[in-house]
Ligand binder design. Structure first.
Ligand code: KIV
Ligand code: ZN
Length: 504
């Protein structure tokens, strides 16, 4: 059975504290959502501002494949604003719980019901597809909720939605009121679940089991307070969990991660590392037992393959690491060790781990080079020439010569300072040959005085947004920065070359 995905990232998601999007940003997100395969997008709440109305209009004019809806209260002004924004589909709502009626709307139940019916009739008279929501449905008197849904169905609503506005439902109750609603309306029923108790996806699934055919969701689960049911969790649960096998969606799962990253960046809300499906750690393994299992058969500790959602597996070393996982990580950088060397490297990692230190690629490779000597670490990028000129009245200028895999490359560039000029010159070469970018740059002074040692940390990112870090310590800021960048580029290229070899 096909479950319809109604994405409200651009409406409920935008109600996340601190999020405010320009019309252009909203359009860019809408296009991504359409590519992802959502069936409907709630593009906004047109009546709230000119910018919002413009954004909704831009989205509705774009000719996307999915349906475009807009939110409206149960009044003519809001519904007219939706029509003016070019919409053919309105999502109209009024609260039905006694607490909202008494303290927010100052209305009786009968008055709210009358407004709901009037809005549905008006929406239909304007030629719209009308979806009606009984806000705070899960705290609404159950008999009254049935009555409201039954009456709006009679008034001509095309669809009804059950909002669990404050995430108050349990899966059992969500199922009960979904069944009530299906019987009372005989219409397609949607569920709209908030995550205040971490139950949004479970409640949405339960609503679906009880007969709902559509779920309102947001990417990364963003939304008011604790957010909404997350698109990626619900879609993957429907696609992969054994109990859900009779359901499917139109979501192109391999685009999920890219969409999540794009939306996180555009709205400025980071995804928590342990977030299911899209968090940094969702396909990461550290403990020796797990990495060993995953290396033998990924299904031992991964319920689904990371590639299914557009991701890659990530191995990590730390205090819980085992020899197999560590060797696999070193091999990603072309480092081969004897049994004795592996044991030594692992011992050092455990000492650092016991001191509470994080062991990144940088530390792992520097421990490995301590144990194996520099020769043990393969390099494909060599710095063969470098000069930089700076002064007052002239713009800093750098010349860089690199030998990459036996071939010479020259890069020159200006910068706001000598480090900037040098990094720009390197980037000119590497940007051309493998689309590598210097993503982050950090500088710290290790000791005091004019001969202080400096520590430079950089992150290099490739075209697929894979990242590696590297660190260099030295007396001269410019050459230390150049060394750190070259090391990072070297690691990234090595990793990518070895990866390609593995694939082909
Ligand atoms: O959570 C909610 O109740 C809503 C309504 C506007 C449907 O977002
Ligand atoms: Zn909501």
């Amino acid at each position: 059975m096909k479950i319809r995905i109604f994405d409200t990232t651009l409406r409920d998601g935008e109600q996340t504290i601190g999020v405010s999007l320009s019309p252009e940003q909203k359009l860019a997100i809408a296009k991504k959502l359409d590519d992802l395969g959502v069936d409907a997008i709630e593009a906004g709440f047109p009546v709230i501002s000119e910018g919002e109305s413009k954004a909704v209009k831009m989205i509705s004019d774009e000719g996307l494949s999915c349906e475009i809806a807009g939110l409206a209260r149960t009044n003519k002004k809001d519904i007219d604003a939706a029509v003016d924004a070019g919409l053919r589909y309105v999502h109209t709502f009024i609260a039905t719980s006694d607490i909202h009626l008494e303290y927010k709307l100052k209305m009786t139940r009968e008055q709210a019901l009358a407004k709901a019916i009037e809005a549905v009739e008006y929406g239909k008279s304007r030629g719209l597809q009308v979806e009606f929501s009984a806000e705070d449905a899960t705290r609404t008197d159950r008999e009254f909720l049935k009555k409201v849904f039954g009456e709006v169905a009679k008034a001509g609503a095309d669809r009804v939605n059950i909002p669990d506005t404050v995430g108050y439902a349990t899966p059992e109750y969500m199922a009960e009121i979904t069944r009530d609603t299906v019987i009372a309306t005989k219409l397609p029923v949607s569920v709209h679940c908030h995550n205040d108790f971490g139950l949004a996806v479970a409640n949405a699934l339960s609503g679906i089991h009880a007969g709902a055919t559509c779920a309102h969701v947001t990417v990364n689960g963003i939304g008011e307070r604790a957010g909404n049911a997350s698109l990626e969790e619900l879609a993957m649960a429907l696609q992969c969990l054994p109990y859900e096998q009779k359901y499917e969606t139109n979501i192109k799962s391999e685009l999920i991660y890219d969409t999540s990253r794009f939306i996180s960046k555009t709205v400025g809300i980071k995804v928590q590392p342990n977030k299911a499906i899209v968090g940094d750690n969702a396909f990461g393994h550290e403990s020796g037992i797990h990495t060993h299992g995953v290396l033998n058969n990924p299904l031992t500790y991964e319920p689904i393959s990371p590639e299914l959602v557009g991701r890659k597996r990530r191995l990590h070393v730390g205090k819980h690491a085992g020899i197999h996982g560590m060797n696999a990580m070193l091999e990603e950088f072309g480092v081969k060790t004897t049994e004795e060397q592996s044991k030594l490297i692992l011992e050092k990692i455990k000492v650092l781990g016991d001191q509470g230190k994080q062991i990144t690629d940088v530390e792992l490779l520097s421990i490995a080079s301590d144990v194996l000597g520099e020769k043990g670490i393969k390099r494909i990028v060599h710095l063969t020439g470098f000069s930089v000129s700076t002064g007052i009245g002239t713009m800093p200028y750098a010349f860089v010569k690199l030998n990459i895999d036996g071939k010479d490359y020259i890069g020159t560039d200006y910068g706001v300072g000598p480090v900037d000029a040098a990094l720009n010159a390197i980037q000119k070469i590497t940007g051309k040959i493998s689309e590598l970018k210097i993503k982050d740059y950090g500088l710290a002074s290790i000791s005091g005085g004019s001969t202080a040692l400096c520590e430079v940390t950089v992150t290099i990112e490739d075209a697929n947004r894979n990242k590696v870090s590297s660190k260099s310590v030295g007396e001269d800021i410019v050459t230390t920065s150049v060394q750190a960048v070259i090391d990072g580029i070297n690691r990234m290229m090595l990793k990518n070359i070895l990866n390609e070899k593995q694939i082909s």
